[in-house]
Design a protein around this ligand. Sequence first.
Ligand code: GLA
Length: 325
Amino acid sequence: MDPHRIRAFAPGRVNLIGEHTDYNDGLCLPFAIDRGVTVTAELQDGGEVVAPDLAGDQRFLRGAVAELRRTGVELPGCTLEITSDLPQGAGLASSAALCVALSLALCAAAEVEPLRPVRLARLCSRIESEWAGQETGLLDPLASLLGEEGRAVRLDMRTLEARSVELDLHGHALATLDSGASRSLAESGYNERRDECRRAVELLGLESLRDADDASDLPAPLDRRVRHVISENERVDAAVAALAGGELRALGELLNASHASLRDDYEVSVPEVERAVEACGDAGALGARIMGGGFGGSVLGLFPPGASLPEGAVSVRPGPGARMS
Ligand code: GLA
């Protein structure tokens, strides 16, 4: 292997359940998939870190360089080549995968050990929020970093405990279907939901919505937003129990309940997403739901053995986390 060439791969993620809970100190159940972003660094003597492939979007590179320097990493000059087999804006966390792969490649180029997963996930989340203008929680970078073959991870965002959960689907398949809906709306809508949660926390006098148990006194629509967060946290543990008991029908019902809550209480669905959920139902899905930030992106469906997936759906299974390759 050429010692001047370094390659890091970071996968995208699917979140089985636990949506819009990460920034509310709640629970999520994601897994890393086998598609992702690869960053290859070609070291050179002196000079800057450049990434011609990022073309118009140099914010991620500037953020990664600045955030790593802030932690004391001295970066050598290098040219980064970036390739990806993750569709952008499809709700599979392509930008988090980019941040993770950039950070790992740059740490290796600087010959320093990468930060531990939680610190590295925080750094990646800062690149996205402070440099690329998109608020995010820790769900995506942690899912990319902690991926394991055949397993999902139950993340408790309050304690930052990560518990590995076997994902035995007994012959069923999980698949994503891109709704095709636009991304700009996603960014503004996502940030608005986060503001609403901050307002609800203030009005309830709590530290975070993880502590909320009743939202009925809040003004609309904050009452509905909080109701979603409370019920979604419960669904994560119900899903962990359904998996442990091999109850795939129950898991499907939880996906449907999560979708209904995201559509009616959290109000992050759009007509294109509803059509994609319907297409999953028509193909015999036991459950389907909108995934990721909302207002577009992909839906996730759970299909029984032998079902033919709807047109355009891509089957997904849990794979290993980010790594040097
Ligand atoms: C996006 C964000 C995540 C998380 C999800 C919603 O994917 O990047 O941090 O908030 O939306 O669950």
